[in-house]
Design a protein around this ligand. Structure first.
Ligand code: COA
Length: 183
């Protein structure tokens, strides 16, 4: 699905005033999308106010090298995406997609691809090479989405990551060039 001319959605870069809205989407999206994938007690413990505090800090930090783009409907945040410098030893010159989360009520309405379009334009301005993202191996919706957006899983890239003291498998998806991003 693509966002049409008549769409009520708008996209822009986030500021610290958006922290609360982003935190609400972040928590709701985790709780729905990661049900059965991540420990339920941990998902239940996620707290929007606590998340909002850390979003407020990072969005107010003038030295934060990441960019967060948000999708809004009637001024309410319904999705966000964060990109920034690579934290990976191999893909050092590439942009890292740190996060993309849509409000579960809006899954499949074109917001994920809309945010990709926005971030693509942003990255092009910086004349950088490709982009990668770490995704939970069991997150089939996320993996399917990245494949539709033109990424390929990197062979032998699975690694173990800790979320709240429990181990999970993640895998890397990669767009070697920004022209590989399907918009
Ligand atoms: C994954 C996610 C970002 C996709 O965003 P979205 O707004 O739901 O996706 P879109 O509506 O833009 O869909 C883009 C394409 O993927 C397809 N798609 C979306 N969800 C899908 C699903 N569950 N299964 C199959 N295809 C799917 C759409 O049909 C669309 O294809 P089309 O343009 O050919 O119709 C969103 O569902 C989400 O936030 N999921 C939970 C959080 C998450 O897993 N984030 C990634 C963490 S690494």
């Amino acid at each position: 699905m693509t966002i049409t001319e008549n769409s009520t959605f708008t996209f822009r870069q986030a500021g610290h005033e958006d922290a609360q809205g982003i935190a609400a989407v972040h928590v709701r999206s985790w709780q729905i999308a990661y049900k059965g994938l991540i420990n339920q007690d941990y998902l239940d413990s996620l707290d929007i106010e606590a998340r909002a505090v850390s979003w407020q800090e990072s969005l107010s930090n003038p030295n934060n090298p990441c960019i967060t783009l948000i999708a809004l409907e009637n001024n309410k945040v319904v999705g966000f995406l964060t990109i920034g410098p690579s934290r990976n030893d191999v893909f050092t010159d590439d942009v890292e997609l740190y996060a993309i989360y849509i409000d579960p009520d809006y899954f499949g309405k074109g917001l994920g691809s809309g945010l990709f379009k926005k971030c693509h334009a942003r990255i092009l301005k910086h004349g950088t090479s490709g982009m990668f993202v770490n995704v939970l191996t069991d997150n089939l919706r996320g993996r399917d989405f990245y494949e539709r957006m033109g990424a390929k899983s990197v062979a032998n890239s699975e690694f173990s990551t800790k979320i709240h003291r429990k181990s999970y498998q993640e895998i890397i998806y990669y767009w070697p060039s920004l022209s590989d991003i399907k918009l």
